[in-house]
Design a protein around this ligand. Sequence first.
Ligand code: OAD
Length: 233
Amino acid sequence: MKKIVVFTGAGISAESGLSTFRDSDGLWEKYRVEDICTHEAWERNPQLLVDFYNARRRDALKAQPNAAHIAIARLQQAMPSTQIITQNVDDLHERAGAKNVVHLHGEITKLRSSINETATVPLEGWEQHYGDRHPDGSLLRPYIVFFGEGVPYFTLACDIASTADIMIVVGTSLNVYPAASLLQYAPDKAQIYLIDPGQPALSPYGARIQHIRKKATEGVPQLVESILSNAEE
Ligand code: OAD
C-alpha cells in the first residue's frame, strides 16, 4: 500500500471561515507580523498578542471542518499509514477525525510555558487571561511558534516526509521556512500534488509538482477519491 503524507496550510481552513495570512484579505495584511508573532512582540506588548490569539481561538472554535478536512480523515481511515503534517494551529483536522496530526506552528487550543517550548497545557474555551502561570512557574503564552523561534517538530516532519510515496500539499503559499522546505524531503520518486487556487512559491521544487488549481473543498475530495479507487485496483 502506498504511503501518503499530507501537508496543509491556512488555505485548507479558508472555506471553514478562517483567515489565511498572505492573501489580499489575510491576517498579515491587517496586522504587522512583528507586532504579533515574534518573541520581541511578546516582551513588548503581551496583551496585544494575547488579544490577537484570543480572537483567533474564538474563530477557530466556532469553525467547522470542511469537505477537505473530512476527505483527508477518510483517506487516513482507509489507508492508516497516512500521516498529516499541518502549519495550522486550528484543530479542524482532528475534529474531522484525523489522528496524530503533527502541528509545526503550535496549537491554538493550548498554551505553553514561556521557558519550555514543548511544555503545553490545554485551554478550556477561547480566552487566555494574561498573567496566568504554567506549573513550572513561568508565564503562560499562546502555543504558537513565533518567527525566529525553532520549530520543535520539524525533524519529525522531515522524517515523515522522507517516507512518502505520494505527498498531498494543500493551501499554503510555501513562503514560511523551514516548513516550506518539507517538500524537499519527499523522495525523488514521490508524486507531489499541490492543491491551491493561488500562486504558491513553487519554483524551488520545479516540475515534480502537479499543481491542481482548485479550492481545497473541491480539489481534495477529488484527489482522495482517485487515490482510493487506484488503491482498490
Ligand atoms: P498563507 O496565508 O501564506 O497562504 C495561504 C494559501 O492558501 C495561499 O497560497 C492561497 O492561495 C491558498 N488558499 C486560499 N484559499 C484557499 C482555498 N479555499 N483552498 C485552498 N487553498 C486556498 O498561509 P500558510 O502558507 O499556511 O505561521 O502560512 C504559513 C505560516 O505563515 C502560518 O502557519 C503562520 C503564518 O505566519 C505562524 O503563525 C507561525
